[in-house]
Design a protein around this ligand. Structure first.
Ligand code: AMP
Ligand code: GLY
Length: 426
């Protein structure tokens, strides 16, 4: 069958790589894709914000399943628009409609949803500008560090954590009254700080049943030892040693099942991935956030460990058939090292030629921010290439990823050298 994947990052390259391996896949299209995805399918330049143009493409290319990688099209109602067109009724869509995507595009909704379904998460309250004074009062009742979150999507920048009360109060004012993130900060969630270790857990659900994918840990800060500003993600590993069967059993019983059942109980249909951003607090999992898509760079370690046929699994999800689906996971460890542009996540230059790719051995390179300039591969973003390796153990997977990361060259290249180290000698 013919498939369309939407997106253009390292996550989509990893998904394209995996989807193209399926015997069910005849032709894969990626919109817009990147130079990496073009090795596994045809990159197409269609405007996904134009439902008519997208629908025409789906019909013309006889697409039977469309998979959405990033959250923005989901939060813009892309699936709703496609499902409203009767001529597309035969097409399977992977990604939730606006109602389900709300778990990610409204933190206030996500918190209230968790409260309704008794899903462990940090205690919180939500405030609007009219209640600024009350918000300040609430902040005073909390112990530092203070956690403030813009309700809406803010390109990963909407969370502020500070131990200083004055800073927190100023940030709060800036968000609520100054509308620092526009409409996204018209509401601000103030919540209790959770002290623990983070991990990312993923499921694919048909709205009733779910399949558990390999868990992963990502490294968000730019600097070694988890220092400096947040980035889109500087690397990832899977499996996560502390996510043993006792812990994962708690995750399924206290978090995953109530979430999937809660969506169904509220009449919210959901076909797609749910990404549970979790904190392990003294052996107990708490939800920090929901995302309604796979993680990036987590997908770059999750897909290599997935033995099952992803296309088959997604088709089953679209047709409500995930009950009794047995997912097969490789026992190997996977690691991913993200190579980024110098200056990222601040200002950086692009257009620098990337060399050394011909020397890469025993690993996958997933392109995140590259483009072809004439016939030369050049940098085109902050995160440039994810080097992803499998090994029989985490140290081996890291060694392979790092030995290959050394071989890739471009002006200003930077990567963290401590991915996974905290898990080797905890
Ligand atoms: P988010 O954008 O929701 O992923 O938040 C960004 C980061 O802030 C998370 O990955 C956590 O590291 C941190 N964070 C968010 N909420 C909390 C919390 N309640 N307690 C501690 N850390 C948090
Ligand atoms: N790696 C975190 C995210 O994709 O949001």
């Amino acid at each position: 069958m013919n498939l369309l994947l939407i997106g253009n990052g390292g996550r989509e390259h990893a998904l394209a790589w995996k989807m193209a391996q399926s015997p069910l896949c005849t032709q894969l299209f990626i919109a817009p894709g990147n130079p990496g995805t073009s090795q596994f399918g045809t990159n197409v330049d269609i405007n996904i914000n134009n439902p008519d143009a997208l629908a025409a493409f789906l019909l013309r290319e006889n697409i039977e399943m469309m998979v959405v990688g990033p959250e923005a099209p989901l939060a813009a109602g892309l699936i709703d628009k496609m499902q409203a067109l009767p001529e597309l009724r035969h097409i399977a869509f992977i990604g939730p409609t606006l109602d389900g995507a709300r778990l990610e595009w409204s933190k206030d909704f996500a918190k209230a949803f968790m409260q309704r379904h008794h899903i462990p998460t940090a205690a919180y309250q939500t405030f609007t500008a009219e209640r600024y004074e009350e918000a300040l009062q609430f902040l005073r009742t909390l112990n530092p560090p203070y956690v403030l979150k813009a309700d809406g999507l803010a390109a990963g920048k909407g969370v502020i954590i500070t131990s200083d009360f004055e800073t927190a109060a100023n940030e709060l004012k800036d968000m609520l009254i100054g509308r620092r993130f526009g409409e996204a900060s018209a509401r601000v969630v103030i919540e209790e700080y959770l002290d623990g270790i983070e991990l990312s857990v993923f499921v694919l659900t048909d709205g009733k049943n779910y399949v558990l994918l390999p868990e992963a840990k990502d490294y968000k800060r730019i600097g070694e030892g988890d220092t400096g500003p947040n980035t889109g993600g500087m690397g990832s590993v899977s499996p996560v040693p502390f996510a043993d069967s006792v812990f994962m059993n708690k995750v399924e019983e206290k978090i995953i099942k109530p979430t999937v059942e809660g969506l169904a109980a509220e009449g919210i249909p959901y076909v797609g991935f749910i990404f549970f951003g979790l904190m392990n607090v003294a052996g107990n999992p708490y939800v920090i956030e929901y995302n309604v898509r796979m993680g990036d760079p987590e997908t770059e370690v999750v897909m290599p460990r997935l033995k099952s046929d992803l296309v088959e699994m997604m088709l089953k999800a679209a047709h409500g058939g995930l009950n009794n689906y047995r997912v097969e996971i490789l026992p190997d460890a996977a690691s991913c090292v993200m190579i980024v542009s110098g200056g990222y996540p601040g200002n950086y230059n692009t257009g620098f030629p990337i060399t050394g790719l011909e020397n890469i051995k025993k690993c996958n390179l997933f392109h995140a921010g590259t483009r072809l300039k004439d016939d030369t591969l050049v940098t085109a973003g902050g995160r440039v290439i994810a080097v992803s390796a499998l090994g029989s153990s985490l140290p081996q997977a890291l060694e392979i990823a790092y030995s290959n990361a050394e071989k890739i060259q471009f002006q200003g290249k930077y990567f963290r050298r401590d991915i996974g180290k905290d898990l080797l000698n905890p």
